[in-house]
Design a protein around this ligand. Structure first.
Ligand code: ZN
Length: 224
């Protein structure tokens, strides 16, 4: 892990409650749900709350971790699509961060994600803006118990396979593919593990970094 990212990191437990998935059902229909992740540490944080039909699943999964919904301090939806916000209303004691929007009840708090500013939750968890899939996606960075840096990226990465086959994330929808390529590269440089929006957690190997660097390379060359 890059030690400059967190000045005095404590550690959190990063638990994938549900692995996301996405499969095409014919040409115009897709079956999908997002990865749902719990971070336990100085705060209890839930990242991406699946579809509106998944509330019982989420409550049960949290119960296995001895956590009630009212004990969640932060809900983070990496972006505002329906499969990532479906159960935010289970968590009424939590601050809600949906993409670049930060709120509690009727109070909205300005934060300059659009200027690249990170949002620090505690000494082991922060959010960084990673636009691309939508123009206001965020990625959660957490220092895990083994001191690895885990990036919970939402749909910045659809699944591990989209590194070798970029058509997967492009076809999943990208509001700014150039920004998305840049942010995929950026996150891979700092993370040891990625929890993608619709696939299993995977290790960021040197091969992964090199592939993403090459995909980003053309863009950086053009901009110089
Ligand atoms: Zn999604």
């Amino acid at each position: 892990m890059d030690r400059t990212l967190f000045l005095h990191p404590t550690m959190s437990e990063v638990i994938v409650l549900f692995d996301g998935f996405s499969v095409m059902n014919g040409k115009d229909e897709m079956k999908a749900n997002c990865s749902c992740t719990l971070i336990k540490g100085d705060h209890n944080i839930i990242v991406d709350t699946m579809t509106a039909w998944d509330s019982e699943k989420i409550i049960d999964a949290l119960q296995k971790q001895n956590i009630r919904p009212d004990q969640i301090n932060y809900v983070v939806s990496t972006h505002g699509h329906s499969d990532h916000i479906g159960n935010n209303n289970l968590f009424l004691n939590a601050k809600h961060i949906v993409g670049y929007s930060v709120s509690f009840k009727e109070n909205y708090y300005a934060h300059a994600f659009d200027k690249g500013e990170e949002y620090i939750i505690n000494s082991s968890v922060k959010l960084i803006p990673t636009p691309g899939h939508t123009l206001s996606d965020v990625t959660v960075l957490a220092v895990s118990k083994d001191a690895d840096l885990v990036a919970i990226t939402g749909d910045l990465f659809e699944k591990h396979e989209d590194i070798e086959n970029p058509s997967i994330w492009l076809e999943a929808g990208s509001d700014d593919s150039v920004e998305q390529i840049k942010n995929r590269y950026k996150v891979a440089q700092i993370a040891d593990w990625i929890i993608p929006g619709h696939g299993q957690k995977f290790k960021v190997t040197e091969e992964v970094r090199e592939l993403l660097r090459r995909q980003a390379g053309d863009i950086f060359l053009v901009q110089k």
